[in-house]
Ligand binder design. Structure first.
Ligand SMILES: Nc1ncnc2c1ncn2[C@@H]1O[C@H](COP(=O)(O)OP(=O)(O)OP(=O)(O)O)[C@@H](O)[C@H]1O
Length: 288
């Protein structure tokens, strides 16, 4: 595990920006072959602000990976650059050994993406949407129909398959977006806040599908600021704050001696849990 720029935990600090060295045979050892994602010197500036400020990150393949950070840390900006949706100002990204900007077709055929603020074709039914996405991915019609039927069934959307997407609830939209991202059986799946606005039943369904997917050797990269979720799902995490990576490595190593990932996270991002509280002395008091 590596902690970068973590003044708060000098005892567990490692080499800034580079991944943990391989530890043959130990849990957390990356499988042979290229990492799922290799990011080198990535920068993105919006106006005067560095949303992503020189990130180096190596995400091992075949894992359930969590990218965590407070609001505005740069998670969506990184995922957008990694999936070819946003051009970086500087730096390089490889997915499954292919350069995202020089070899976009090779990358896009290997990835599935559930972006933040997912836009869907609202006037298609769920089943039609999957048929469209499948054909766009070059899958034979029969195969698309089979896969779509199975995904709708597993994601509890079978009864809603003929309903227009515009009439879907938030959770149903997430699930049909996930089905569309999985349809071509990608090597690496990127999910930006996949559980946001999703009820516990749908969350459990999504979780089961993702666990089954990673058990087959595929990689899931998902961003979240819900630490409990990340702790229960991921075996590898990267923590970011203010556009930089603060720590990366197997979950247990990043958690270190802290009692939970939440506690380790607060320490890593330098959150002062009591700051500003005295400024709210009036709140809930007798004076109104
Ligand atoms: N298109 C944009 N134009 C200007 N600033 C932007 C743009 N996109 C992101 N930013 C800024 O970049 C920073 C990082 O934003 P980003 O959305 O990547 O954070 P995040 O970690 O995904 O946050 P959250 O958890 O709240 O979704 C923020 O300060 C944000 O205001």
């Amino acid at each position: 595990m590596v902690r970068s720029g973590t003044e708060h935990t000098p005892d567990r600090q490692g080499t800034a920006g580079s991944p943990a060295p391989p530890d043959a045979g130990a849990p957390g050892t990356p499988p042979p072959g290229p990492p799922a994602v290799r990011i080198q010197g990535l920068w993105k500036r919006f106006g005067q602000q560095d949303a992503v400020a020189g990130v180096d990150l190596e995400l091992p393949a075949g894992r359930f990976l969590g990218l965590v950070g407070p609001n505005g840390a740069g998670k969506t900006t990184i995922l957008s650059m990694v999936t070819g949706l946003l051009r970086p100002d500087a730096g390089r990204v490889e997915v499954a050994g292919h350069d995202v900007w020089h070899d976009p077709v090779a990358v896009k055929s290997r990835i599935g993406v559930l972006p933040e603020g997912l836009r869907l074709f609202e006037r298609l039914s769920g089943r039609e949407l999957l048929a469209y996405v499948g054909r766009l991915r070059g899958l034979p019609g029969r195969e698309v129909d089979d896969r779509a039927g199975q995904l709708l069934g597993v994601l509890d959307l079978a009864d809603a398959g003929s309903k227009l997407v515009i009439d879907y609830s938030t959770g149903m939209r997430k699930k049909i977006g996930l089905a569309a991202a999985l349809l071509h059986n990608p090597e690496v799946l990127f999910l930006d806040e996949p559980f946001e606005g999703v009820d516990p039943v749908s969350a459990q369904t999504i979780r089961r599908v993702l666990e089954r997917y990673t058990a087959s050797g595929a990689t899931v990269v998902f961003s979240s600021h819900v630490m409990e979720l990340v702790e229960s799902l991921c075996d590898w995490v990267a923590v970011m704050a203010a556009g930089r990576i603060r720590a990366q490595g197997p979950l247990a190593a990043v958690r270190g001696d802290a009692s939970s990932l939440q506690e380790a996270f607060l320490e890593l991002v330098g959150a002062d849990r009591t700051s500003g509280e005295h400024e709210l002395d009036w709140l809930g008091g007798g004076t109104r």
